[in-house]
Write a protein that binds this ligand. Sequence first.
Ligand SMILES: [Zn+2]
Length: 265
Amino acid sequence: MKKKRFLVMTDIEGVSGVTSFPQAEVSEFGKEMLMHDLLAVLRGIEDAGCDAVVYDMHTDGRNVDVSRISVPAVLGKPILPDLWRGVGDDFDGLFMLGLHTMQHVKGACLAHSYLREYDSIHINGKLLGEIGVEAALAGERGIPLLFVSGDDLGCREAEELIPGVITCAVKKSLTEDSAICLPAEKTAEMLYEAALKAAKANVEPYKLSSPYEIKIKFSDCFYLTKMKNIHPEIFDTDDTVIMRGDNLLATWSEYLKYEKEMTRE
Ligand SMILES: [Zn+2]
């Protein structure tokens, strides 16, 4: 039988011990804890007899230390409308590591939806955070979301969206920037066990139906002003962008190009 192969997407806000944006953005601690969680998950996948490719989704996508892993990693967040995550569709499942809830979830540690300047993201009228958007992008290619780790509320968001997804809460959210964090030794064990289980899980891909409408509402910020200047044509109302298309990955990628222009210094 062909070895199963999983894409492991990594974020940082939801990894063990991280409770602030500076820790997730500019600290070596955040990267160290990312590697701690990632190594545990990769060990679980390997012991389940499966293969993995890592995709670094946090900020500029250059946080994973390839000197410490034995599988390939996609770094630098390529925008490729024809090639899911830069590696194609030949995967049996998606793992999401170090996640968090969507923006505005009460009491959720480091809640946000991609940029902290985004107030909300809807696809086909459904309010989604990073977990939901990535699950839908994978689902379009028939790939199920099998595993999510992060804070307890992020895990709950995943469970409510995807029946049967295996989750692993490495911390319990208290406020938007505090959590009860479990010892790293304990979370390594938990992540390993959850990854083993997820590798064997049977989950349906999360599918939204074509045509797609992506709606992104901005909070009042510098980026809103800048986006309005460079791409006024995509605005539906004063603070909301709408993108439409028959292919979700292509439509999302088109927006990501605009976002890249917007966030460029
Ligand atoms: Zn994130």
